[in-house]
Design a protein around this ligand. Structure first.
Ligand SMILES: Nc1ncnc2c1ncn2[C@@H]1O[C@H](COP(=O)(O)OP(=O)(O)OP(=O)(O)O)[C@@H](O)[C@H]1O
Ligand SMILES: [Mg+2]
Length: 248
């Protein structure tokens, strides 16, 4: 797929119970951009991300990946291109062992077993979970599950990384290592997060969702300097952009 552009055009989505989660959302993300998706609980971030690899199908509008519309015919190609880390690791981990979970995607790509094994151990090492390969995922801690979920996606070598709350449950060191890892990933990154310091560190561009609509889309520092926008969207400046209080 050329260019790996991600484009969302006039996307509307209502859940089967009638909840209108997205209304007329449009944006275009170029290859190599690192873009944050922020907004209050329930603003529509996860719903939007789930459209980017076809887990949800728009009620209206379209999603285009690499200049092609996402359709049943392009779905398998899109899923090879877009690696998705879900908000809940339990949605990602379903095999009897960590090893098998990380191997699942590469095996489905039809890669030779040696290559699959190399990818599994490299991805687990990268997220600091080298020793967990024989463990059942459901017995891992929340942070370990998160890291393994990230490894399942890294093992696929995607060209576009889509991450939903990737730093939640990670301890400070795992979080820092993960941020450094993402800095090395030079392809497109789209990250939904309430961790606005992570956003400031990783994403030059931020899209703010408010009640299912794009409220703002621009340079992250400008967005985080707009106190009225932040207040209205239930956001706060990242700690590193808050005024320092001296004394007490
Ligand atoms: N399966 C579902 N059925 C019906 N409504 C849903 C479903 N999942 C989410 N919603 C609703 O869709 C809206 C958007 O939810 P979504 O999960 O996309 O928000 P979010 O921005 O990811 O929030 P959070 O920060 O809490 O993760 C909310 O009003 C939510 O209640
Ligand atoms: Mg969410």
């Amino acid at each position: 797929m050329s260019h790996h552009i991600v484009e969302v055009r006039n996307l509307r989505y209502a859940y089967p119970d009638g909840t209108e989660a997205l209304s007329d959302v449009s944006f275009r993300i170029h290859h190599g951009e690192s873009v944050a998706l922020v907004g209050a609980n329930g603003a529509g971030k996860s719903t939007l991300l789930l459209h980017l690899n076809g887990c949800l199908v728009p009620s209206a509008g379209e999603v285009r990946i690499g200049d092609f519309p996402l359709t049943p015919g392009t779905l398998s190609e899109v899923r090879r291109t877009v690696g998705m880390v879900f908000q809940d690791p339990d949605d990602q981990l379903f095999m009897p062992t960590v090893h098998d979970d990380v191997a699942f995607g590469p095996l489905n790509l039809g890669l030779p077993v040696d290559e699959v094994e190399a990818r599994v151990f490299s991805a687990l090492d990268t997220v600091g979970c080298g020793g967990l390969d024989k463990r059942p995922p459901y017995k891992l801690s929340g942070g370990e599950k998160r890291s393994v979920a990230i490894a399942t996606v890294l093992a696929m070598s995607p060209s576009i990384l889509v991450l939903d709350e990737p730093s939640s449950n990670l301890d400070p060191r795992a979080r820092r290592q993960f941020i450094n890892l993402l800095k090395e990933f030079k392809h497109t990154k789209i990250i939904a997060s309430h961790d606005l310091d992570l956003v400031l560190d990783l994403c030059e561009r931020t899209i703010v969702l408010q009640q299912g609509r794009v409220r703002a889309d621009g340079p992250t520092r400008e967005i985080f300097a707009d106190d009225q926008l932040l207040e209205e969207c239930h956001l706060e400046r990242p700690l590193s952009m808050q005024p320092r209080v001296w004394g007490d």
